[in-house]
Ligand binder design. Structure first.
Ligand SMILES: [Zn+2]
Length: 295
C-alpha cells in the first residue's frame, strides 16, 4: 500500500514537473517571437516599422482588388488570427469579421484602432486617412510589444518615434494645402477621403450623396442633381472619387466635372500595388490637390 502511494506520488510529481516545464518553455517561446496579424496592410505596415526584427507581421487584406467592406475571411485567415499574439483591426464595423474571429478566441490580445481613436460605431470608419491615427497606433504598438518582449522596450519606442518622424512629411504637406486652400467646398463620391479633407480645411458639400454610396444605397435623384448643379455652377474646389469602385453615377459625375473644368481627384480605399508605402500613397494623393491649388 505504502509502495503504491510512493510510486503514485513520484508519478504525480513527475507529471507536475512535466507540466511546469511544458508551461515555462511554451511561455519562453511566446516571449521570443511576436506574431502580429493585421486585418488591412496599412496597419500591418505600422506594426512592421515598430516591431522591426523582433517578430513577424501578417496582413490579411493585401490585395487592392479586394473591397474590405465586403470581405469574407478564409480558414487560413482565421488561423492567422488565432496564432497571433496581437491582432490589429479597424473596428467601426469596417472589418467586423476580425472582431468575430477574435470573440471566439479570447486569449488573443488586440487593438481596435477605431476605439483607440475614440470613435464609435456609426462614425466614418476610414480613419487611416487621418495621419494622427497612424501616430497613435505606432505608440500603442510600442507599448504592447514592450509587454510581450520587455527586454526590447527601448527598441520598440525608438522604432515608433522613427516612424512618427517619417509621417511628418504628410503633416507638412497637409499644412501647406491648408494654407493655400481654395475657398470653396468639395464634393465626394463617398466618405473615404474625408478625414484628410478635414485636415486640409475643406468641407464636404454633398453629405447625403456620400452617405448613400457608403451604405451601398443608390443616391437620391435630388442629391445627384445637387452635385451636378454645383459642378455646372463652379461652386466646388474639386470632386473626389474612389477609383477602386465601379459606379455609373460616379463615372458620369467625373465626366461632367471634366467637361466643366472642375478638377477631379482620384483616391483609393486601400494602398494600390504601385505604392510601396502608406506614406508614398498618401503623398501622391495629396500632390493631386497641391497641383490643383497651384494652378
Ligand atoms: Zn470605404
Amino acid at each position: 500500500m505504502k509502495k503504491i502511494k510512493a510510486i503514485s506520488l513520484i508519478v504525480f510529481i513527475a507529471t507536475f514537473v512535466l507540466i511546469l516545464t511544458g508551461c515555462s518553455s511554451s511561455k519562453n517561446d511566446a516571449k521570443k517571437s511576436i506574431h502580429v496579424t493585421s486585418s488591412v496592410n496599412f496597419y500591418g505596415e505600422v506594426a512592421k516599422n515598430v516591431l522591426g526584427k523582433y517578430g513577424k507581421v501578417t496582413s490579411i487584406i493585401n490585395n487592392p482588388n479586394i473591397d474590405p467592406h465586403d470581405f469574407n475571411p478564409a480558414s487560413s485567415d482565421a488561423k492567422n488570427v488565432y496564432q497571433a499574439n496581437l491582432v490589429i483591426y479597424n473596428g467601426l464595423g469596417y472589418d467586423s469579421w476580425a472582431q468575430k474571429l477574435l470573440s471566439s478566441n479570447k486569449n488573443v490580445d488586440s487593438i481596435n484602432v477605431g476605439s483607440l481613436m475614440g470613435k464609435k460605431t456609426g462614425d466614418n470608419p476610414h480613419i487611416w486617412y487621418n495621419v494622427a491615427t497612424m501616430e497613435k497606433l505606432a505608440n500603442e504598438l510600442a507599448a504592447k510589444f514592450a509587454k510581450l518582449q520587455p527586454s526590447h522596450k527601448k527598441d520598440f519606442e525608438n522604432n515608433s518615434k522613427a516612424y512618427i518622424a517619417k509621417l511628418k512629411v504628410l503633416n507638412t504637406q497637409l499644412a501647406d494645402i491648408k494654407k493655400n486652400k481654395i475657398n470653396k467646398p468639395v464634393a465626394v463620391s463617398e466618405p473615404v477621403f474625408d478625414y484628410s479633407l478635414t485636415n486640409m480645411g475643406y468641407t464636404v458639400a454633398d453629405k447625403s450623396f456620400e452617405e448613400a454610396t457608403e451604405k451601398d444605397n443608390d443616391p437620391s435623384p435630388k442629391s445627384i442633381r445637387e452635385i451636378q448643379n454645383d459642378i455646372k455652377d463652379h461652386k466646388l474646389a474639386f470632386f473626389v472619387y474612389n477609383k477602386q469602385v465601379n459606379s455609373k453615377t460616379v463615372t458620369n459625375l467625373v465626366k461632367l466635372a471634366k467637361q466643366n473644368n472642375v478638377p477631379v481627384v482620384s483616391v483609393t480605399e486601400t494602398r494600390p500595388s504601385d505604392e510601396p508605402t502608406y506614406i508614398s500613397w498618401m503623398q501622391n494623393q495629396y500632390k493631386e490637390i497641391q497641383a490643383i491649388q497651384n494652378k
